[in-house]
Ligand binder design. Structure first.
Ligand code: GLN
Length: 533
């Protein structure tokens, strides 16, 4: 147990999308592998209270934690790398900070004082950072500051980092990740943007202790020397973050450079042991040596956005690795699938996954793809809305209810998917869905789900407002679509399967949130296994 928690801040400069999340997760992995308990937190400088109300086009996937927090997708990386669950405390936005300060102001907690960015907003930010340390659970808290240094929005967060670095002294450290672009015409790596970015940090009073340079070309000594000289850091505290074939190689690349050793010794942390990464390395070797290629399809409406289905993509890759196959995933746009082209799009696929989602757009294509999988005995995995599509399709084409639909999309005499009772009175959209981990009992031991989990009691994370309408269940079951898993308290159907089909599983929950590099999710593993059998 920790009594002297260390705080590591990760800031970003020059551009966004440099991989601060992967850097934070990789460093945390290396420290964890030396025998410390570590958690990672993301501070997001936007005004939404959480990303739950954000469209994936704005911010990629919304990741959900056990405690039902709707969070930034970087938390998915943190969990996949560390194999430790995160919670609401691990993701804080400007909106949440302001909401809490304004609520306190309305309650009169500030006793007549003028409420200001400094100290009230910065104090609230500091409270949220220190909270993770206070629990006494963690030796090290890594806090990633979203956005780019120099943005107006991130100023209060950086100011909070300045104050904490001052207060915590050698128990805190700042790592700044920047870009060193390569100019092909000059044949040179340029350090000026990094120098300016560090100056921006210095203007606010933060001296980074360690610099990580994102680069497409290997750094030579003179570049390191130059950056160190201009940015007041030791030459041994300048590291590179090159492009790598897999994000799971990033911790190893940092370890080779001695990154964890430098960071830990600056914090006065005993190195204890060599990082225990043998299992990690084995997995990576396996990932790099997959030979057989298996074609599968993911049908969704955000497929042009790589970040929209991040956790599903990772979970599929983890499952491919376990099954020793490389997945060739075709991301099929559900709006482009119709009766005429479905066979040409999906005919060569060994498995079909229908993705989660909200709203009517692209539903027809998802239903057509689901029917194709059912009728052609192709392994099918429907997640959340994907499961609901499977139920609608089955009701329409097997039960003979052509108007069967979800009441999310229209008013119909046959709402086979209907709004949950508790959702009917809800007017606010933010954080009001059925969210987070709930138990599910697997009722049927002769099911794909039971065979995959090897247990009849599971916990999975949810994010939905609609449910399978139990009024149709008896009919569905008599025709072969069976509710093999239910919530023991509410009777909500959590898993449906089609008997006699090669592998047809629909889940109301989101298993993808719980797949880890070192512990791939059993349902994804079973799905890919069915694809190659
Ligand atoms: N839109 C559906 C619901 O709210 C499914 C949600 C999802 O796929 N996450 O129930």
């Amino acid at each position: 147990m920790a009594n002297n928690t260390k705080f590591i801040f990760v800031t970003g400069g020059v551009t966004s999308s440099l991989g601060k999340g992967i850097l934070a997760a990789s460093l945390a992995k290396l420290i964890q592998a030396r025998g410390y308990s570590v958690t990672i937190q993301k501070l997001d400088p936007y005004l939404n209270v959480d990303p739950g109300t954000l469209n994936p086009y704005e911010h990629g996937e919304c990741f959900v934690t056990d405690d039902g927090a709707e969070t930034d997708l970087d938390l998915g990386h943190y969990e996949r790398f560390l194999n430790v669950p995160t919670s609401q405390a691990n993701n804080v936005t400007t909106g949440r900070i302001y909401q809490s300060v304004i609520n306190k102001e309305r309650k009169g907690d500030y006793l007549g004082k003028t409420v200001q960015i400094i100290p009230h907003i910065t104090d609230e930010i500091k409270r949220c950072i220190m909270l993770l340390g206070k629990k006494g659970e963690y030796d090290v808290v890594v806090t990633e500051i979203g956005g780019v240094v120099g943005d107006i929005e991130s100023l209060p967060f950086i100011e909070a980092v300045r104050q904490l670095k001052w207060e915590l002294g050698s128990n805190a450290l700042c790592i700044h990740l920047t870009l060193v672009p390569y100019l092909a015409a000059a044949g040179e790596i340029k350090t000026k943007p990094t120098q300016h970015s560090v100056k921006k940090l210095l203007e606010i009073g933060v001296q980074p202790d360690v610099l990580v340079l994102r680069t497409e070309h290997e750094l030579n000594n003179s570049i390191r020397q130059k950056v160190a000289l201009f940015c007041n850091v030791g030459k041994n505290a300048v590291f590179e973050s090159p492009d790598l074939p897999s994000i799971y190689e990033v911790p190893l690349s940092f370890q080779k450079q001695g990154f964890d050793e430098v960071v830990m010794s600056k914090l006065g942390l005993d190195l204890k042991q060599e990082p225990a990464l043998d299992a990690w390395k084995d997995k990576l070797n396996r990932l790099y040596n997959l030979s057989e290629v298996v074609k599968i399809a993911v049908v969704g409406k955000y497929v042009e956005l790589p970040d929209a289905y991040k956790s599903i993509h990772e979970a599929l890759n983890h499952a491919g690795m376990v099954n020793n196959v490389k997945l060739d995933i075709e991301w099929v746009h559900s709006e482009k699938v119709n009766e005429q082209n479905v066979a040409s799009i999906l005919g060569d696929k060994k498995a079909i996954l229908v993705a989660p989602g909200f709203g009517n757009r692209g539903i027809d294509g998802k239903i057509i793809a689901t029917r194709y999988a059912r009728e052609n005995n192709i392994p099918f995995f429907g997640i959340c809305l994907g499961m609901q599509c499977a139920v609608i399709e089955f009701a329409r084409n097997v039960l003979g209810l052509p108007d069967a639909n979800s009441s999310e999309f229209c008013t119909t005499p046959n709402p086979v998917i209907d709004i949950m009772e508790q959702q009917k009175s809800i007017t606010n959209m933010g954080h009001t869905m059925r969210l987070g981990a709930y138990p599910c009992h697997i009722l049927d031991k002769d099911s794909n789900a039971f065979r995959a989990y090897g247990s009849d009691e599971i916990y999975e994370r949810h994010r939905h407002r609609y449910e399978l309408n139990n009024n149709y269940l008896a009919d569905m079951e008599s025709k072969g679509m069976v509710a093999v898993g239910k919530n023991p308290d509410s009777d909500l159907v959590e898993i449906v399967e089609i008997k006699g089909h090669k592998w047809f599983v629909g889940v109301q929950f989101h298993p993808e949130y719980k797949s880890r590099f070192e512990k791939p999710h059993p349902l994804f593993v079973a799905f890919i296994k069915a694809a190659i059998e």
